[in-house]
Design a protein around this ligand. Structure first.
Ligand code: ZN
Ligand code: ZN
Length: 416
């Protein structure tokens, strides 16, 4: 897969959608055996000598040669044992350390990178991501999900100025992380449907070019399904580029529409509910993949309807709030004084149905996605991600209310 940052920037600089698509990312280097040159790449991109180095034992262990490559820098090292959860308190620890440094390098795409993205955005200091696994797509995003107590909140953050990935390391990364990256990618099909449906029904901002970018990247990764878990540099590199492209799409439109739909919200619902019980969730992409299958099955059923009769959405709000428990106040704030379905004209749903149907049918079917996920070694059931049957059903029914966002799932509440 070709990836040229300058070409992408140029191609999107004058878009018809009217929004200026800008990118914080200055340099992307994805090459085999590049670890020994990390120091040189940082210098070339203006990183000064005092550098904060953040990793955990796993990501540092995978990045052989990285410390040697940084020998010209004066390093402050923060090495975690195994950072599974990105918390606001850890972000503050990083902020304190970063105050005395000129910039930061985060070794690892997940939680480590999220706390660094938050801290570097707060202090306006340059950030480099050294990726060790193609496991999720949030790394090029403009915001970071951080846990505060038992809540997970999305905070303003930034995408890194420099992204470096050594395809030798990506290829050797654990299989379950590569499969998780694939699960995060198939979720884009739901996201793409939801975004287009919302633009038709609510007039929400939409960019066809960014939509196409995500669709192309996702189709490409789908075609690699049977190679995902191999120790193969080319496949690992392609998956990483696909994840990066969808992240760039999010940055371009300054919202998560191109890369996440109702499947991400469902996964988020499960995660929050488990967090309230003090339980950690499984890997992001692993959960998103399972949620994608559940949603695509529902969307496939909807696509069987040639015509629809629309009705006003009827919500038992007391029941909704009860099911959110401690998250109730957040949900009330998102749905009062009005909720996203209130202004939707029933005629609009009925008139646009043929188009909506066409959008669903233009994506791979539930069966095709499931088959690809089997090949890619993904989890397929809620059981495999530690979500009980009860929590699964609760999530399916109530998750749309935790966002003020139209999705086909939410719209289906308005279809007879
Ligand atoms: Zn555009
Ligand atoms: Zn994701």
């Amino acid at each position: 897969m070709d990836f040229n940052l300058e070409n992408i920037k140029k191609e999107y600089s004058n878009c018809d959608c009217g929004q200026k698509h800008v990118l914080n990312i200055k340099d992307v280097v994805i090459e085999s055996g590049i670890t020994s040159q990390v120091g040189e790449i940082l210098k070339k991109n203006g990183f000064k000598s005092k550098l904060l180095f953040v990793a955990d034992k796993n990501t540092l262990g995978a990045s052989i040669g990285i410390l040697e490559s940084l020998k010209d820098f004066s390093l402050t090292k923060k090495i975690y044992v195994d950072l599974r959860e990105a918390t606001i308190s850890e972000s503050k620890v990083i902020m304190e350390l970063l105050k005395d440094n000129d910039g930061v390098i985060a070794v690892g795409t997940g939680s480590i990178h999220d706390i660094c993205r938050y801290a570097s955005a707060k202090l306006s200091k340059p950030l480099c991501l050294f990726a060790t696994a193609p496991s999720m797509d949030g790394f090029a995003s403009y915001c970071a999900p951080l846990t505060d107590g038992n809540f997970k909140i999305t905070y303003p953050a930034k995408s890194p100025e420099v992204i470096i990935a050594d395809t030798k390391i990506l290829a050797k990364s654990p299989k379950h992380l590569k499969s998780a990256g694939f699960g995060d990618m198939v979720g884009k099909y739901v996201g793409l449907i939801d975004w287009k449906v919302s633009s038709l029904i609510t007039g929400e901002y939409f960019c066809q070019k960014v939509w196409d970018l995500t669709k192309t990247a996702t189709d490409y990764i789908m075609s690699l399904a049977d190679r995902i878990t191999l120790d193969d540099e080319e496949s690992a590199s392609s998956v990483f580029k696909g994840l990066l492209l969808t992240g760039i799409g999010m940055s371009f439109v300054k919202n998560s529409r191109p890369a996440s739909g109702t499947e991400h919200i469902l996964s988020h619902f499960w995660e929050c509910k488990k967090l309230l019980e003090g339980k950690l969730s499984d890997f992001h992409g692993k959960k998103v993949g399972v949620a994608t299958l559940l949603i695509m099955r529902e969307y496939g059923e909807l696509a069987k309807k040639e015509r629809v009769k629309a009705k006003k959405e009827v919500v038992d709000w007391e029941d909704v709030y009860y099911n959110y428990g401690a998250l109730k106040d957040e949900v009330i704030a998102l749905n009062t004084p009005d909720t996203i379905t209130d202004g939707v004209l029933l005629s609009k749903i009925e008139e646009n149905w043929p188009k909506i149907r066409e959008i669903i049918l233009s994506m791979p079917s539930y069966e095709q996605i499931k088959l690809a996920m089997i090949k890619a070694g993904c989890a397929l059931t809620t059981e495999e991600i530690g979500v009980s049957e009860e929590l699964k059903e609760q999530g399916l029914k109530y998750h749309p209310f935790m966002r003020r966002r139209m999705s086909l799932r939410r719209l289906s509440n308005m279809i007879e």
